[in-house]
Write a new protein. Structure first.
Length: 357
């Protein structure tokens, strides 16, 4: 069975797609964005997947790919078109190639035109295709740089995409109006540039008169993406906390496991954000924890030392997650939420003060 997630980067309006074989847990990620690498890695970990490949539909001009940083952190391999001219990929792709993940696979269809190295990924049962910038929802990518060609794009869409089943879902590389998915039948009929009875000459005449400005990040993104996003020496790489083995949840919360806190409690400030009756109730509390109810945290944060890490705690991890975010926004650099709260702490039979369980 297929697991599928559509992710979005608001800054560049880029869609990233996660596909996985539920049975074996092997996954691929299409068009990852550098600034979203922590988010994507968190989702892979939460869903207990193994990221086998990051795939690029083309060399992007509007964002830097997250391929290299995900390879560094998760061990995934990188694949993109052999025609893209990029260095550092683990596999170069051509028409008809297959990328396997578990019992599923994606078929490569070469769809040049937006750039010379554009490809579309077609799911094995022909129910989904990932078109990058070749075909957008009621639009298409520009054709005026990186070896682009309006004629090539027209032929790519007509021969490689519009020949798919009409019900095939098409997922683009971007959308700027809030749309998320379309179908072959819709685009072949309603796409104002490529659908209906529009000829190649109609299309090329339209594209040659767009007169678009170059993407703002083009001078940064294209050179970086020709190295598969290899910026490992750059200070721009999102920093991983080094004070403890914290992990980032898909919700964007840094979390710490109970086993680590049990062994290192003296090294951190533990802030219990429950109400006083809960603190003294049946679940008890952690030894040395400071009781600061969530509603009072904003006014009492000066009671905490900013040069020592903080671990927030509550019953189940919900209120304390909010507390962790509040402290980070207030300038506390090293903050983590106790994963699962006191319920998980008890379930793992760690020691408590007080309590009646």
């Amino acid at each position: 069975m297929l697991l599928f997630r559509q992710l979005f980067d608001q800054q560049s309006s880029t869609y990233t797609y996660l596909l996985a074989d539920r049975e074996g847990g092997e996954a691929v990620l299409i068009d990852p964005v550098f600034e979203q690498a922590q988010r994507d890695a968190a989702l892979v970990r939460e869903l207990r997947l193994r990221l086998a490949w990051t795939l690029e539909t083309h060399v992007h001009a509007d964002h830097v790919t997250g391929a290299s940083i995900l390879k560094h952190r998760l061990g995934s391999r990188i694949a993109l078109s052999a025609r893209a001219g990029a260095e550092g990929a683990d596999r170069l792709l051509a028409q008809g190639d297959r990328i396997a993940f578990g019992e599923r696979h994606l078929e490569v269809r070469e769809t040049p035109g937006h750039t010379a190295g554009c490809i579309t990924f077609l799911l094995d049962d022909r129910s989904m295709a990932f078109t990058g910038d070749c075909l957008l929802i009621r639009g298409c990518g520009r054709t005026d740089f990186q070896g682009g060609s309006a004629g090539a794009l027209y032929r790519s869409v007509q021969n490689q995409i519009f020949t798919l089943p009409g019900s095939c879902l098409l997922y683009p590389g971007h959308d700027y109006r809030g749309a998320s998915v379309t179908t072959v039948a819709e685009e072949s009929r309603f796409n104002p540039r490529l659908g209906g009875e529009r000829s190649e000459s109609d299309f090329t005449g339209y594209m040659q008169n767009l007169n678009l400005a170059h993407p703002k990040k083009m001078d940064i993104a294209v050179p970086a993406n020709l190295r598969c996003g290899n910026l490992m020496e750059s200070a721009a790489i999102p920093a991983e906390p080094d004070w403890a083995p914290v992990t980032l949840s898909f919700a964007g919360i840094w979390e710490i496991e109970p086993y680590w806190l049990e062994e290192h409690a003296s090294e951190v400030q533990i802030v219990d954000v429950r109400e006083p009756d809960e603190f003294e109730g049946e679940l008890g509390h952690l030894a040395g924890a400071a009781l600061i109810p969530l509603g009072a945290l904003g006014k009492r944060q000066d009671e905490l030392q900013r040069d020592r890490p903080v671990v927030t705690v509550c019953r189940s991890g919900g209120r304390s997650a909010q507390a962790a975010v509040m402290l980070q926004q207030a300038g506390f650099a090293r903050v983590a939420n106790l994963a699962g709260g006191m319920l998980r702490w008890h379930a793992e039979r760690n020691t408590v003060d007080g309590g009646g369980i």
